[in-house]
Design a protein around this ligand. Sequence first.
Ligand SMILES: Cc1cc2nc3c(=O)[nH]c(=O)nc-3n(C[C@H](O)[C@H](O)[C@H](O)COP(=O)(O)OP(=O)(O)OC[C@H]3O[C@@H](n4cnc5c(N)ncnc54)[C@H](O)[C@@H]3O)c2cc1C
Length: 361
Amino acid sequence: MSNPTQNCSDFDNSLQSISLDRLNTLGLACRAKRVLTLTSLSQLAQITALYRDHHDLFVLGGGSNVVLPAELNRVVVQVALKGIALVEACAPDQDEADRIDVAAGESWHDWVETATKSGWLGLENLALIPGTVGASPVQNIGAYGVEVQERIESVTAWHIPEGRLITLSRAECAFAYRDSIFKRAVPGTWLIVSVRFLLPKRWAPVLTYPDLQKHPRLAAMDSEDVTAQQVMDAVCDIRRTKLPDPAILGNAGSFFKNPIVSATVYASLKQKFADLVAYAQPDGSFKLAAGWMIERAGWKGRRQGAVGVHERQALVLVNYGGAQDLELLGLAQDVRSAIRTQFGVDLEIEPVVVSGAAAVT
Ligand SMILES: Cc1cc2nc3c(=O)[nH]c(=O)nc-3n(C[C@H](O)[C@H](O)[C@H](O)COP(=O)(O)OP(=O)(O)OC[C@H]3O[C@@H](n4cnc5c(N)ncnc54)[C@H](O)[C@@H]3O)c2cc1C
């Protein structure tokens, strides 16, 4: 395995305008002013120099959680740093954890597969999430009962304005539901170069999510006999049947976060909608299933021009082909208005909405 800090190639000095149509899973038409591919840490100083020369920067991973504008008048830095390095292994008889550094440009799913096969367990519930390792802390990716923050020890990032590498502990990353210090910062502030995972030797499958409990292969087993590979395979099966493949139908996964409301709001909604789907949170609040609300409001499967709400998964907005950001955001606005009117709840957009010269979430 290579060291993430040593996988270098020479800096490509050619800054060129490029189409990002194929570099975002929604398949939105987008032309960027300039694109740099970051393959080596030695390029970082030049990125800060560009920033100081008044260039507006945008950091891009796999493009699976962004809504890009038709014209992106910024320098796009595409992170392609590679490498996986075991930095500290614990002896098999010790009840401790392995520490593994993974470079930001590694494919997230490939890393999960490598980890599972190498006996670094605890990531299997997050299999098949598109995108890069570097983006995983940005919105604290989560699926099937696990959030990535539970497996991260620290994140090393280049602070672009200050021009220095900083290692942030898990606490300093200020992780929350689909959120972190990186997602809240002004875009172009942080460039994550690597993530240190802490994967404990003592492993037990996380099977709290109903779809996993119902999965035929897992349901037939005693949970003590279930392996990480079997959990990963089940997660992949479920995701393939539930979610549209972006290679076939443009999408960014869940387009809205599940809103979190107080116990009082939940109780009053439950009175009106007996079949309301919600999950109790440890702090007493409730996470409402946005997909259920969208379906209940009659938006599941609805199409507006080149965009629509997916016919099987109401939380996913899709591009049938040829859509631009404004058409998609128009649909999102209509869905949000409908949910506000019917349930009195505000839906928040999950992907990062990027404007031509600045990004907002
Ligand atoms: C079919 C599908 C299913 C999905 N399922 C899930 C799911 O189950 N759970 C979930 O949480 N998400 C899910 N997503 C969303 C998405 O895959 C994740 O958010 C993923 O982590 C985004 O990675 P990316 O490399 O594509 O990031 P991008 O889309 O390229 O970028 C997303 C944000 O991260 C920033 N960023 C990217 N790389 C870096 C870096 N190295 N340093 C600093 N900032 C960076 C970008 O500036 C941007 O703000 C899904 C998406 C799709 C298309």
